[in-house]
Design a protein around this ligand. Structure first.
Ligand SMILES: C[S@@+](CC[C@H](N)C(=O)[O-])C[C@H]1O[C@@H](n2cnc3c(N)ncnc32)[C@H](O)[C@@H]1O
Length: 309
């Protein structure tokens, strides 16, 4: 079932910057296949505790099979439900550190039956949590043309977004989309004359955009950042590894906006400093060596901030 394991990205850098005390309470919000989880557990003393959460049932099953550790709680939750799920464990929980390693795991990408990849022919699904939401196949077969082109443009910055959406609508009026290959072939036909200019597979941007939409990834990220602000202790830290410029922009702005006085008020006399965060790590990327051993790390960006009050 778990044929591809995930190599954690910026693992030492992110856990080191997030952990300030060995006896703290920590949250790994994207536990995946346990790379960061493992490192955090190794750094705890016997007072510390870690909650490892993920929205993907495969990940939860794997974590349960791999770890049986008295200082670890494994929790199935997406970012939006963290408040509710953690309150059910203990509503007084506040954290010394929260880590999120965004995007998809190698297992999700490489497992044919999850329908994330144009490299393997399978039913087009792309849901990180297959127990809820609408699959990519259902969305592609039902969404209006302007919604499809808008998503492919907004999340994929695909310059052929309109043409791709128009062709999807034409094709689906003849036969519904079912598989990853059908969609990848359609994009290939549209883009085949420009392929030499692009290093990546012509369907890369469209698949990424659909995945981000199906999993509501940017809104989920905003929920996680709000949750962190609410549930970090003063002095507690959040570390986020993002893989897409839109994600990184959200993290960067959130940290910036919460670490300064509102610029519209800052010139007024006697303004109280209401900033809640201090940026402690502006931007770190993986080393050349890490990218060589783990090419999937190449677009990663790590940022971290500390809660002040
Ligand atoms: C890049 S992988 C994390 C890998 C993990 N750090 C490791 O070392 O194995 C991203 C994981 O985050 C999960 N994920 C992504 N978005 C999520 C969300 N909104 N809520 C909960 N889990 C999410 C995915 O299901 C996936 O397992």
């Amino acid at each position: 079932m778990f044929n591809t394991l995930h190599i954690p990205v910026l693992a030492k850098e992110s856990t080191k910057v997030m952990m300030t005390t060995a006896e703290g309470l920590y949250l790994d919000a994207t536990a995946g296949f346990g790379g960061h989880t493992q490192l955090i557990l190794e750094s705890l003393d016997n007072q510390g505790h870690l909650i490892a959460a993920d929205r993907d049932q495969d990940s939860i099953a794997y974590l349960k099979s791999k770890f049986s550790h008295p200082q670890l709680t494994i929790l199935k939750s997406n970012f939006r439900s963290l408040r509710k799920e953690i309150n059910q464990l203990d509503c007084s929980f506040t954290f010394d550190g929260i880590i999120a390693d965004l995007g998809v795991s190698s297992h999700q990408l490489d497992s044919k039956e999850r329908g994330f990849s144009f490299k393997k022919d399978a039913e087009l699904d792309m849901r990180m949590d297959q127990t809820t939401g609408i699959s990519a196949k259902d969305w592609i077969n039902r969404a209006p043309e302007d919604e499809i082109s808008g998503i492919i443009w907004k999340y994929g910055e695909e310059s052929y977004s309109r043409k791709i959406a128009k062709t999807i609508i034409e094709q689906r009026s003849i036969k519904s989309f079912n598989s990853t290959r059908e969609l990848a072939d359609l994009i290939y036909q549209i883009k085949k004359h420009s392929i030499k200019k692009e290093k990546k597979h012509p369907a890369t941007k469209t698949f990424q955009a659909i995945r981000m939409h199906i999993n509501d990834e940017l809104e989920e990220l905003r929920s996680l950042l709000d949750f962190s602000l609410e549930r970090l202790k003063p002095g507690g830290r959040i570390a986020v590894i993002s893989f897409h410029s839109l994600e990184d922009r959200i993290v960067k702005r959130f940290f910036r906006d919460n670490s300064r006085i509102d610029p519209t008020l800052s010139k007024l006399p006697n303004i109280e400093d209401t900033s809640k965060l201090k940026v402690i790590l502006k931007k770190i990327k993986p080393s050349d060596e890490e990218v060589k051993t783990n090419p999937r790390s190449r677009s990663a960006i790590l940022r971290a901030a500390e809660k002040i009050k």
